[in-house]
Design a protein around this ligand. Structure first.
Ligand code: ADP
Length: 754
């Protein structure tokens, strides 16, 4: 069986997502890999698929016990023999698992890094064939990472003890350039295939709200989403307790998680959330690492987090299944003070010198500031996030609150010049509160103390409210017209770039949400969406969805499994769209592999049949169903049709194509993508190229033993496609489709705009 066969048979997916194929191909050819992909991008498949194709065992090092259990459950459900070995098992359970592992019972074994040192485990590893060692959450190995774990360093010693070095694959969701280098260096990756896929999570909708009463906002939001599962993050344990209690007294099945609760309570509450008996989780940031729940439909931040890294990681727990989900941050100025307090009182590592501590504090301050500006920006929120992580955004995403709002644009170049003049007159000694106070002509005691009433700038913007002046200053910082010092005082300074404005070469436009719009949004927290379930399914479809969901819950209870491990929401939506009547049709539903078909197919088919009364009916709107049934392409999920145009090359771009003796479809796609105008044109994926080849009859799909396999037709061979064998380092052979120069020319001509 090839990688496509494995993907369909065990995972039920027709195509790989962006990046997955390249990493899998590299692993199969014996190359080390380092994959940096955002949460929900599908890292697990990148090592699970090759693990099943490689001859021996794959060891997966993961720091998170809860994640191991979840992953192993999901693999077992899919019919894959996997196990985990960690401290949650008793000694005798561990010995048994190792005995079975040594007897070749498992293809994939998850272990905690601490385990690698134990005599028993090492003995097992030395006597077994370990084909691959996968390091999950690989950033933990770097001292520069946010959560460095000394136990990760043991991995390196462990590898040295093995007779034969396995292929190494490492994965993480976040890694700066430095951490990336660290991972490769510390783990000793040999000429690894590095792949960084975009940070954009297109199915996530972002919003920052400033409600007057956060509690009412949360209540209303949760009520409006009463059938859905969500997480509400709070900055402090106290807030967690309050918000959870508030929701519970209103009859909402909420639970909570923070470090102040006992281990047993935390475990119980976490399970209640995962198993959907309490679909709403109120928690501090202690919750979430290793939670793999795919159907979290919203993440609300009751307080602003301390950094964009934290925010994106926590918000990213929404919508892992690729379906639309919402990330709403409730901002209030007080959040900044709370976070500053938390930073100042953070537990210190006693090994750090005073200078290092200062440096770390400065970094924390800087991160907090960038986070605060996210809450203040009037530009596209996604753009802000992507830029922060070093990617170019597209100006407007049309899938965040700021893109949906209407703005009044006011030229405030003169006001900006007055702000700069004020900062200079004060000799760049004050932060935003004092400067705004001076410009507005405020009379509070502190300003008197500073003796600023005689300044020329005093009251020079008194026609504006202080809050408006602060908003302009914030926008100036975001646009680089002002900078702030890196310490906690955030003193405003005037950089060189401000000269352009003072010389009249640059204008400053202040974007301000229209008042009505603001109010409308405050009362409709979730109404400006893109593709959601109700956009795809008609009313009968939604009814069927509920029926299938109830069946899923029933099965989950019987089997003591989280519902999303049985089938994801996305799979249920696709089931409603395709409304399969027979087993073979059921296999076409995304997320239905052979094993799950075997286990649950009958019951779901019967539920659909009973619901439809044996008739074929359409449960989706117009062609909206296409959204759900289209295979994913280039990582863009169903809910994420951007504004960009489908892939094409201009004649001139096409001329630069680097023809080579042979390419795989994924390599071809990569070369083509490098030539396109990335701002306007979507990427093409290897899967898309294969699909087009299939549509042209060059590639045919044959089903053998119920498994799809792609073969080259005679016509395809004439065009220059050929099946080639690839050999992994371990001598394992497998087939793949290659494109020779003639075939490459056909594809380039096909995508070239005439
Ligand atoms: P990550 O580890 O990167 O956060 P996961 O491996 O948990 O992400 O994958 C996120 C979700 O995407 C899972 O529900 C997974 O089954 C799904 N997924 C992964 N690869 C594909 C694919 N090729 N097609 C469709 N869904 C996929």
């Amino acid at each position: 069986m090839d990688k496509y066969g494995i993907l369909k048979k065990y995972f039920g997916y027709p195509d790989f997502r962006e990046g997955q194929e390249i990493l899998i191909d590299s692993i199969l050819s014996g190359q080390d890999v380092l994959g940096i992909m955002p949460t929900g991008a599908g890292k697990s498949i990148c090592y699970q698929v090759p693990a099943l194709l490689l001859p021996g065992i794959t060891l997966v090092i993961s720091p998170l016990i809860s994640l191991m259990k979840d992953q192993v459950q999901a693999l077992n459900q899919a019919g894959i023999h996997a196990a985990y070995i960690n401290s949650s098992l008793s000694e005798s359970q561990i010995s048994k698992a190792l005995r079975l592992a040594a007897a070749g019972q498992y293809k994939i074994i998850y272990v905690a890094p601490e385990r690698l040192e134990t005599y028993e485990f090492l003995q097992f590893a030395q006597q077994s064939e370990i084909s691959m060692l996968t390091v999950d959450e690989a950033h933990c190995i770097s001292q520069w990472g946010q959560d460095f774990r000394p136990s990760y360093v043991k991995i390196v010693q462990f590898i040295r003890h093995l007779e034969k070095r396995p292929i190494l694959s490492a994965f993480t969701a976040t890694a700066t350039e430095r951490v990336k280098e660290d991972i490769a260096c510390v783990l000793g990756l040999e000429q690894p295939q590095m792949l960084v896929t975009g940070f954009d999570r297109k199915n996530l909708y972002f919003a920052v709200e400033t409600p007057r009463k956060k509690d009412s906002y949360v209540m209303e939001y949760v009520r409006e989403h009463s059938t859905e599962s969500g997480i509400i993050y709070c900055a402090t344990r106290k807030n967690v307790d309050l918000v959870c209690e508030l929701l519970c007294t209103q009859g909402i099945a909420a639970t909570k998680y923070h470090a102040g609760l006992g281990t047993e309570a935390r475990r119980r509450n976490q399970e209640a959330f995962i198993y959907d008996s309490s679909p709403v989780m109120v928690a501090t940031n202690a919750f979430g690492m290793g939670i793999d729940k795919s159907n979290v439909r919203y993440v609300i931040h009751y307080n602003m987090p301390q950094s964009m890294e934290n925010y994106y990681q926590e918000a990213g727990r929404a919508g892992r299944d690729g379906e639309r989900a919402e990330c709403v941050l409730l901002y209030s100025a007080q959040d900044v003070a709370v976070n500053r307090y938390l930073i100042e009182n953070k537990e210190q590592n006693p090994e750090h010198t005073w200078e290092e501590l200062e440096l770390l504090r400065e970094r924390d301050e800087e991160r907090l500031r960038t986070m605060t500006y996210y809450c203040m920006t009037t530009g596209c929120l996604r753009e802000y996030i992507l830029r922060y992580f070093g990617e170019m955004g597209h100006g407007r995403c049309e899938n965040c609150l700021n893109c949906a709002k209407e703005y009044e644009q006011t030229d405030v170049t003169e006001e900006a010049a007055k702000i700069i003049a004020c900062i200079l007159e004060c000799r760049q000694r004050y932060g935003i509160n004092v400067i705004a106070g001076i410009l507005a002509g405020a009379t509070r005691a502190k300003l008197r103390e500073y003796g600023v009433f005689d300044l020329d700038a005093y009251g020079s913007l008194k026609q504006l409210q202080e809050i408006e002046i602060k908003a302009i200053i914030s926008q100036m910082v975001i646009e680089g017209l002002l900078v702030t010092s890196k310490d906690k005082y955030a003193i405003l300074k005037v950089p060189r770039s401000a000269d352009e404005l003072l010389r009249g070469e640059r204008r400053m436009i202040w974007r301000r949400a229209k008042q009505d719009e603001q109010k409308a949004n405050a009362s409709r927290p979730s109404s400006n969406g893109k593709v959601r379930r109700s956009d795809i399914l008609n009313s009968k479809g939604l009814e069927l969805f509920e029926r299938l969901r109830a069946l899923r819950t029933e099965i989950a209870r019987e089997e003591n499994m989280p519902p999303y491990i049985i089938f994801s929401d996305k799979t249920l939506v696709d089931m409603c769209v395709k409304a399969p009547m027979q087993k073979q049709e059921m296999l076409l539903v995304t997320g239905v592999g052979e094993n799950k078909l075997e286990r649950y197919g009958e019951r779901f088919l019967k539920a659909i049949f009973d619901f439809a009364g044996g008739r074929r009916e359409k449960y989706y709107f117009g062609d909206a169903g296409e959204l759900a049934i289209q295979p994913e392409s280039g990582g863009a999920g169903a809910a994420s049709r951007g504004k960009k145009e489908d892939f094409y090359l201009l004649q001139k771009q096409a001329e630069a194509f680097p023809y080579a003796e042979k390419y795989l479809a994924a390599e071809l796609a990569e070369k083509l993508n490098e030539l396109r105008d990335a701002d306007r044109v979507k990427k093409i994926s290897g899967a898309e190229i294969s699909r087009r080849m299939q549509a042209m009859g060059y590639v045919q799909e044959v089903v053998r033993d119920g498994i799809r396999k792609k073969v080259v037709s005679q016509q395809g061979m004439d065009a220059g496609l050929f099946l080639g064998m690839r050999t992994s380092k371990n001598g394992f052979e497998y087939e793949d489709i290659y494109y020779n120069i003639a075939a490459q020319r056909i594809i380039v001509a096909m995508v070239c705009e005439k």
